[in-house]
Design a protein around this ligand. Sequence first.
Ligand SMILES: C[S@@+](CC[C@H](N)C(=O)[O-])C[C@H]1O[C@@H](n2cnc3c(N)ncnc32)[C@H](O)[C@@H]1O
Length: 359
Amino acid sequence: MNPAQDLAPAPTPLTTPDATPLTDNKDRIVQTAELIPGAITETGGVFTQHLGIVDPYVQKDPERAAMITGEIEAAIAEIRTMGYQRHQPNPFTEQLYTNPNCTMARWRRAIPGAEALLPLYEVGSHLPDGTPIDDHAADLFQFAADARGIRSRAAAMTWVVENHVAKYLQDNRIQWLSLACGAAVPAFRTVRDLQAEGRDVQVTLIDQDAQALDLALHQAERHEIPRHSLVLHRQNVLHRSRLHQTLDPKRFHVAEGLGIFEYFVNDVRKRTGAQSFLQVAYELVEPGGLLVVSNMLSTHPQLAFTLIAIQWPYIWPRSVPEIVQIVREAGIPDDEVQIFLPDDGVYAVVAINKSIDRN
Ligand SMILES: C[S@@+](CC[C@H](N)C(=O)[O-])C[C@H]1O[C@@H](n2cnc3c(N)ncnc32)[C@H](O)[C@@H]1O
């Protein structure tokens, strides 16, 4: 799947597809990373806040986390010395995936889709297809910076949304939009909290992949999100006119698109560009509403391991100034933008508070 190139066919609203059977049940749901808000700084007109993160897996076994981090850092040092580049064969990739029966080889077939992210949110005993998770994969899923970053960006999104809702939403009803939802674990964790507070949250899930929507239905059940709160559409988030046939502009109080913005090229002229994606998403948010997206940072501490050894495809890591520039080129004013930086250094989470005066 190349998200930037693969423009999906006409919208296919899903009715009630079967949830993909997973072995884990809902008492295994692991808490998200804990978050400690840090200092706020202003850079070039945009507010940035650092977030301290306590990752549940690292907290549980800090010695093993340090050991695995050390091994990954040693691999990165060698990748640098040998000058291996992205997309090139190299011994680290071979070592990770050589045995076709190992967990990592099976997991590789799922990246960068929803199925690959699921065991990073919650490292259970099996992959979604039933493949047992071996010790090597369990170490990487728990302790690699990338996995920690996927959990911390989810925690940051939850925190930003819950603050926004508490501060600005008088209405008990919340219309939530999840763009490129995947299995929608971050969305459901937040929705579950909001519903527990008595909010009536309606969730619209958009993904171009039917399997992702099946996984989302299964996760909804595990998170005890009532089926009548959900609407699912199999659609391309870049396809503005088709999205508008399905969804009313300015309708959503909260829209989030984690793990998708960074797949779109930095080109203001392209319909498949990150700027265009932001414009489409922003239009769907009601004035006074919130849009949250994320981007892998070009300063990610284990970037070479993710891109060259793991070979995570298609992604465009960016610096904070590059992200800010794209947001500006999408026509979104600086005073609506806040950037959150979890201290694992993997992702930037961008919150756009659409002004009440904007159309
Ligand atoms: C890396 S996953 C992120 C899933 C989820 N948002 C999360 O953070 O857990 C990316 C998801 O985007 C979906 N996707 C990729 N390109 C898309 C597009 N152009 N339109 C709709 N969905 C897309 C994929 O099918 C996949 O489920």
